[in-house]
Design a protein around this ligand. Structure first.
Ligand SMILES: Nc1nc2[nH]c(S[C@@H](C(=O)O)c3ccccc3)nc2c(=O)[nH]1
Length: 260
């Protein structure tokens, strides 16, 4: 899953792809590099980021989804929590709703159900603006909290008529977790096999690497590849990354070893 941020303040590419044509060119490049999914996000979840209006998010995301759907043979994922973006994005050709808030905003569950799209449910402790202010868990057991949360969100989706074959789960690395929480979660990632659902993870360029190694965001690729290979070994099916070419090679090499 290649990351395509179409926000002016995206933490890692500083809004290089705000124009539709630039976004399409980047999507084309990621598909050429081996991405099977393009994750289009119009709301920066960077802590302290200015909230984006629904109109702004629609204006950034929908034209890009439409352009990609017209030209490229790739699954388009909507990185959004906004019901209107789910509706408009689905109409424009998206195939997956990737909501970091797991459809908890008013109207989101209904919009996702009505869209017929696949849905990724991701664990988050708190809200993006404050989630990293001393995150904590009952009994410091982040794994149990992730399991509990994902079970609850899966049940909410099933109750809303979203069937299991449309569901993907994700432990949400970096979303309300300390470095220790993130490392423990990766070590124990295989417990999520209990859901028997596709497992998506994303650790690319994340601050967990900064905290572990002191690397700035533009020097986190090697560590990100290590983390994503370990996630593959522990059962991940979809890897969300910015650097598609390098990630595809690392994962294909690891896959050859695991399934040689
Ligand atoms: N499903 C799924 N969707 C995702 N969207 C993101 S945004 C994240 C980033 O670093 O890219 C981020 C977090 C905080 C601030 C800026 C950017 N991360 C994931 C993930 O881990 N899983």
């Amino acid at each position: 899953m290649g990351v395509l941020n179409v926000t002016p303040d995206s933490f890692s590419d500083g809004g290089r792809f705000v124009t539709r044509d630039a976004a399409l060119a980047q999507a084309r490049r990621m598909v050429e590099e081996g991405a099977g999914i393009i994750d289009v996000g119009g709301e920066s979840t960077r802590p302290g980021a200015a909230p984006v209006s629904e109109a702004q998010e629609l204006e950034r995301v929908v034209p890009v989804v439409d352009a990609i759907a017209r030209e490229l043979d790739v699954i388009i994922s909507l990185d959004t929590s906004t019901p209107a973006v789910m509706r408009e994005g689905a109409a424009a050709g998206a195939g997956l709703i990737n909501d970091v808030r797991s459809l908890r905003r008013p109207g989101a569950l209904e919009a996702a159900a009505a869209s017929g799209l696949a849905v990724c449910l991701m664990h988050m402790n708190g809200e993006p603006g404050v989630m990293q202010e001393s995150p904590s868990y009952p009994g410091d057991d982040v794994v149990a909290d992730v399991q509990r949360f994902l079970r609850e969100r899966v049940d909410a989706c099933l109750a809303a008529g979203i069937t299991r074959e449309r569901l993907v789960i994700d432990p949400g690395f970096g979303f309300g977790k300390t470095l220790a929480h993130n490392l423990h979660l990766l070590r124990e990632l295989d417990v999520l096999a209990e859901f028997e659902l596709p497992l998506l993870v994303g650790m690319s360029r994340k601050s967990m690497i900064g905290h572990a190694l002191g690397r700035p965001v533009d020097q986190r690729l090697p560590a990100g590849l290590a983390l994503h290979v370990m996630a593959l070994e522990r059962g991940a099916h979809i890897i969300r990354a910015h650097d598609v070419r390098e990630t595809v090679d690392a994962l294909n090499m690891a896959w050859a070893v695991l399934n040689g």
